[in-house]
Design a protein around this ligand. Structure first.
Ligand code: 9PG
Length: 845
C-alpha cells in the first residue's frame, strides 16, 4: 500500500495526494492560469494565492476544509481551486464511474472510465450551461471524465471503489474529474468559485470529502450522510403523497380540470390516501407573474387554494421563480433586474420555451445578486403562502446560476441561487414544503425539503428521434431517463432531502407507455421510497389503474419506513448505464424492485431472498418479504395518547355559548359528530397564539413514547386515528419529539378564523365523524388480511366504530362504559404503560 496515502483501505488501496491547484487571472475577463502546489495540510502558495488546507483523516475517508486568500498586492480573480489524488494499490484495471449531473434533470448514470474522457459537447456552450456548472470545460480537462457534485468510481469483480465530492451548501459548485492512468485512477475535485479577491481578502470554500471501500453504494450513502450532516439537510418532512396536474393536462390545465379532480380525490380518499394537490404550470398570467392567473383560471388563485384545502388537502403551487418572459410585469417594470449574458452585450437567455414566449421562445433570468430582486421574491412568496399554498414546487432554478453578467459579479453563481432559495424559505416559513426542480443539487441542501432527482417522466418510454437535441437527449422528458436517474440517485433520499422521482402516471388510456413500462416507473418510484405524486385525470382511471396508484403509494410508504427511509441500495449501479433496481432491508423485511431498463430481455437476481427472474424489455418485478405485519396498533389521540382533549377544551373556552345547545342537538341525533365540529370549530376566531399557548400546556399520556418505541422495535405498524386536527398533531409531535403516522382532519387559519375539513368521512358508517375509524381499520385489513388489529381509545363518539372493528380493544372512560353495556370484550387501561403491558401479554399468548 502506498506509504504516502492520506486514505487507505485494506482491499481498496490508498489515495496518494498529487496536486493542489488554482485557476486564477488578473480579472474576470482575462484568461486564467493554472497554478500548482503540493496537496498537503497547511498554507500552500499557488501563484498570488495562499491556499489554506486542513485535513481530517479517518483511515478510509478524509475531509478537507479549504480557504483561499489573495496574498498579492493586486486584485485576483479566482476561478477555481482543485485537489488531486492518485488511487492506487487495488489491483484493478477496468473501471466504471458514476457520472452525476449538475441539476435535477441532468444525466446521471454509470459509464466506463475509458481513456477518451467525456466527449466534447455537440451543441454549444449555452446549451451545455443548462446542465453543467461550467458551460465549457477548461482545455486541460481533455481526456478527463467529468462528474458534478460527486462521483464514485469502482471495479466490480475486484469489489473496490472510491468516492469523492464536495459537501456543497451553496458556496461553490463542485466538479469531479477522473481518468485512468496505468492501473491507477487519477481523481481531482474542483471547486468553482469565480470571485475576485481584493489584496488580503480570503474566502472559505465548501468542504471536500474522499473515501475508499469495497462497495460503491455504501460509499455514496456515507458520503451523503456526511454531506447532509455538514450542510444541515432538511430530511425530516413526513412522507409526501400527492397529485399533480402536469403529466395529464400539461399547459392546457384549467380551473374545471383541477376542481373535478379535487372532488374525485376527495370522494376517493380511501383509494388515494394523499395529502397534497399541486397545480402545475399553466395557471399563471405570464412566466414571472405568479400571483395573477390567465383566463383558464378566471377567479384567480385564492378560490383554487380554498377548494383544495376545504377538500382536506394541502395546496401546492408550481412556480419558476427565477425566470421571466418579456410580457411579464417584472420584465417590463425592471429591465435592470435581469441577468445579462456572459459577454454583457444582451440579456441572458435561461432557456428557449416557445410555449412560454411564442415570439422567439426566449426566457430571461432574475439577477439574485440584487437585493431588490431578492425582496421581490420574498414578497411574492409571502403572498403565495398567504393565499393558502403550503407546498411549493420551485422549477427551473438552475437558470439563476448560469454563467452571466450580474449586477454584483462577486456574488458567486452558487451563492446567487442560494440567496434566491433562502428568500423563498424566509417568506414561506419553516413548515411549508419546498421542492427544488431543475435545481443544481448541492446548492439547495439545507433549504429545500424535497428535490427532483431526475428528468421529467413522459407518457412514453424514450425520446422521439425528431425532437432529440444532441448532447442533452438524456435530460429530455422520457420515462426511461427518469428511471435511470431515480435508481442512481436513490442514496440521497432522507440524507440530503426527500427524493422526488417525478410523477407516477398510472393510466392505461391516453398514454404511449405499455403496461410493463408504467409498472417499471411505479416500481422505481415505489422501490426507492421517495415522494409519490401521481398525475392522471382521476375520474378517467380504470379500477386496475387505481390499484397501481394505491399499490405504489403503499410500496413507497413502506420503503420510506425502513431504516428511516435510508435503507435503499441501488443494484448494479456501476454495471450498466441504467441500474438493475433497488433493494431496501431492515430486520426481516426486504423490499426490492428489479428493473430492466434495456431493450432486450435480461435476467435479474437477488441473493436474499433468492430470486431470479427473466424480465422482458422495460419490465420489472417487485419483491416483498417479511413485510406482512402480524399486529397493528391504532390509537386515539385526544384523551388517550394525550391526557387532555384539545377539541373539547377549545370548544369549552371559545364556543362556550354555542356548545351546550349544539351538543344537545348531537345527542338527539339531529346532527352528526362532524356537523357538531363544524358548528363549534369552523370559523372560530381564536388567535393562533392562544391555540399555541393551549397546546404548550397539554401533556402526553404516561407511556406514550414507550408505546411508539415498543411498536417501532417490533416493526408493528402504529397509527394515530384522530377526529382532531393535523396542525395540532404536527405541533405536538415537534414539541414532544415523537413521530407517528396519523389519519385525522385538517385545520388551517385563514382570514383571521380557523377553518376545518374532514379527513376520512364515511357516510356508510353511523359514526358521523370526520375520520371514520372503522373505515381506516377495514382499509388496513383489506390490505393486510393476516394482521391482528388493536384499537386504543377512550371516547364513545369517534372510538366506538373503530373498537368494534378491531380484534383487541383497550378502552377507558366512556368507550369502556359503552362497550361494557353492549357486552363487547375489551381490556381496561389507565395509561399507555398498561397498553404496552397488555400488548406484551397478547403476544405471549
Ligand atoms: C412545467 C414542467 C413540469 C415538470 C418540470 C418542468 O427544457 N425544457 O424545455 C423543459 C421544459 C419543461 C420541463 C423541463 C425542461 O419540465 O420538470 O415537472 O413542472 O416544467 O413546465
Amino acid at each position: 500500500m502506498p506509504p504516502s496515502a492520506i486514505v487507505r483501505e485494506p482491499a481498496a488501496g490508498g489515495l496518494v495526494p498529487v496536486r493542489l491547484g488554482a485557476r486564477f487571472g488578473s480579472d474576470r475577463a482575462a484568461p486564467t492560469t493554472l497554478g500548482e502546489g503540493l496537496l498537503s495540510p497547511g498554507r500552500v502558495a499557488v501563484g498570488p494565492l495562499e491556499l489554506g488546507v486542513s485535513l481530517e483523516s479517518h483511515g478510509d475517508r478524509a475531509l478537507y476544509d479549504l480557504a483561499v486568500r489573495n496574498a498579492s498586492e493586486a486584485p485576483v480573480f479566482v476561478d477555481s481551486v482543485l485537489l488531486g489524488w492518485r488511487w492506487e494499490g487495488h489491483g484493478a484495471r477496468d473501471f466504471r464511474f458514476l457520472r452525476h449531473g449538475w441539476q435535477s434533470w441532468s444525466f446521471t448514470g454509470s459509464q466506463p472510465l475509458d481513456a477518451e474522457g467525456t466527449p466534447p459537447f455537440p451543441s454549444g456552450e449555452w446549451l451545455r450551461g443548462l446542465h453543467h456548472a461550467r458551460s465549457a470545460p477548461p482545455v486541460d480537462r481533455a481526456g478527463w471524465h467529468e462528474s458534478e457534485l460527486l462521483s464514485v468510481v469502482g471495479a466490480t469483480p475486484e469489489g473496490v471503489a472510491c468516492a469523492a465530492g464536495v459537501l456543497e451548501r451553496g458556496g461553490v459548485f463542485g466538479l469531479v474529474y477522473l481518468r485512468p492512468e496505468g492501473g491507477a485512477v487519477r481523481i481531482e475535485v474542483e471547486l468553482v468559485l469565480e470571485r475576485t479577491l481584493a489584496p488580503g481578502e480570503s474566502a472559505e470554500l465548501d468542504p471536500v470529502r474522499v473515501a475508499l471501500g469495497a462497495d460503491p453504494v455504501a460509499l455514496l450513502q456515507q458520503h451523503a450522510d456526511d454531506h447532509g450532516r455538514e450542510a444541515g439537510a432538511r430530511t425530516a418532512a413526513r412522507f409526501q403523497a400527492g397529485w399533480c396536474t402536469w403529466y395529464h393536462f400539461f399547459h392546457e390545465v384549467d380551473e374545471q380540470d383541477l376542481l373535478r379532480n379535487v372532488e374525485a380525490l376527495r370522494t376517493a380518499r380511501t383509494d388515494f390516501p394523499i395529502d397534497v394537490v399541486q397545480l402545475d404550470d399553466g395557471y399563471q398570467r405570464e412566466i414571472g407573474d405568479w400571483l395573477e392567473t390567465n383566463d383558464k383560471f378566471p377567479r384567480g388563485l385564492a378560490p383554487v387554494a380554498e377548494a383544495i384545502r376545504t377538500a382536506g388537502f394541502h395546496a401546492g403551487l408550481w412556480t419558476a421563480p427565477f425566470v421571466v418572459v418579456p410580457k411579464s410585469r417584472p420584465y417590463a417594470a425592471h429591465p435592470e433586474w435581469l441577468l445579462r449574458d456572459p459577454s454583457g452585450d444582451g440579456l441572458l437567455r435561461g432557456l428557449l420555451h416557445p410555449e412560454w414566449n411564442p415570439i422567439d421562445g426566449s426566457v430571461q433570468v432574475l439577477d439574485l445578486s440584487r437585493d431588490d430582486v431578492v425582496e421581490h421574491l420574498e414578497a411574492t412568496f409571502r403572498a403565495i403562502h398567504a393565499l393558502g399554498f403550503s407546498y411549493h414546487k420551485l422549477d427551473f432554478l438552475y437558470a439563476a446560476a448560469m454563467p452571466a453578467t450580474a449586477h454584483d459579479p462577486d456574488v458567486p453563481r452558487a451563492v446567487r441561487l442560494r440567496r434566491g432559495l433562502e428568500a423563498v424559505r424566509r417568506a414561506v416559513g419553516e413548515s411549508d414544503f419546498m421542492l427544488g426542480c431543475g435545481c443544481p443539487l448541492g446548492a439547495a441542501v439545507g433549504i429545500v425539503d424535497g428535490m427532483r432527482i431526475g428528468p421529467d417522466v413522459a407518457p412514453k418510454w424514450g425520446v422521439d428521434a425528431p425532437v432529440v437535441i444532441p448532447g442533452i437527449e438524456a435530460t429530455q422528458p422520457s420515462t426511461r431517463s427518469a428511471v435511470r436517474s431515480v435508481l442512481a440517485r436513490a442514496f440521497m433520499h432522507r440524507r440530503l432531502w426527500l427524493n422526488d422521482p417525478d410523477c407516477l402516471m398510472a393510466r392505461t388510456n391516453d398514454t404511449e407507455l405499455s403496461a410493463d413500462e408504467a409498472r417499471t416507473l411505479a416500481a422505481a418510484i415505489g422501490g426507492t421510497g421517495g415522494m409519490l405524486i401521481f398525475s392522471d385525470d382521476v375520474p378517467e382511471l380504470t379500477a386496475g389503474d387505481r390499484d397501481l396508484v394505491r399499490d405504489t403509494l403503499e410500496l413507497a410508504r413502506e420503503v420510506d419506513g425502513l431504516a428511516g427511509g435510508r435503507a435503499v441500495r441501488t443494484l448494479g449501479l456501476l454495471e450498466d448505464e441504467i441500474p438493475h433496481g433497488v433493494v431496501a432491508r431492515e430486520g426481516p423485511a426486504t423490499v426490492a424492485a428489479l428493473v430492466n431498463g434495456e431493450d432486450a430481455a435480461v435476467k435479474r437476481r437477488l441473493d436474499e431472498p433468492a430470486v431470479e427472474v427473466e424480465l422482458v424489455a422495460h419490465a420489472s418485478r417487485v419483491v416483498r418479504e417479511g413485510m406482512e405485519p402480524e399486529l397493528a396498533v391504532f390509537c386515539d389521540f385526544d384523551g388517550t395518547f394525550l391526557v387532555q382533549d384539545v377539541g373539547s377544551t377549545l370548544a369549552k373556552t371559545h364556543a362556550a355559548d354555542r356548545r351546550p345547545s349544539q351538543w344537545e342537538r348531537y345527542e338527539r341525533g339531529e346532527i352528526t359528530a362532524w356537523e357538531y365540529n363544524l358548528e363549534i370549530l369552523d370559523r372560530m376566531p381564536c388567535p393562533p397564539e392562544d391555540l399555541a399557548r393551549f397546546l404548550d400546556g397539554v401533556e402526553l399520556s404516561p407511556g406514550a413514547p414507550d408505546l411508539i418505541d415498543w411498536c417501532t422495535e417490533r416493526r408493528v405498524p402504529f397509527r394515530i386515528l384522530s377526529d382532531g386536527f393535523d396542525r395540532n398533531l404536527d405541533r405536538l409531535q415537534e414539541r414532544f419529539g415523537v413521530q407517528f403516522d396519523y389519519d385525522c382532519n385538517r385545520l388551517w387559519y385563514e382570514d383571521d378564523v380557523w377553518r376545518i375539513a374532514p379527513g376520512y368521512p364515511n357516510p356508510a358508517c353511523g359514526c358521523g365523524t370526520g375520520v371514520c375509524k372503522r373505515g381506516r381499520l377495514e382499509d388496513f385489513r383489506r390490505r393486510h388480511p393476516g394482521a391482528k388489529l388493536v384499537h386504543v381509545g377512550n371516547g364513545r363518539v369517534s372510538d366506538l366504530c373503530g373498537a368494534l372493528a378491531a380484534d383487541l380493544v383497550f378502552a377507558k372512560d366512556t368507550l369502556a362504559t359503552e362497550l361494557a353495556s353492549r357486552g363487547e370484550p375489551f381490556e381496561p387501561f389507565e395509561n399507555l404503560h398498561d397498553v404496552v403491558a397488555g400488548l406484551e401479554r397478547f403476544l405471549a399468548q
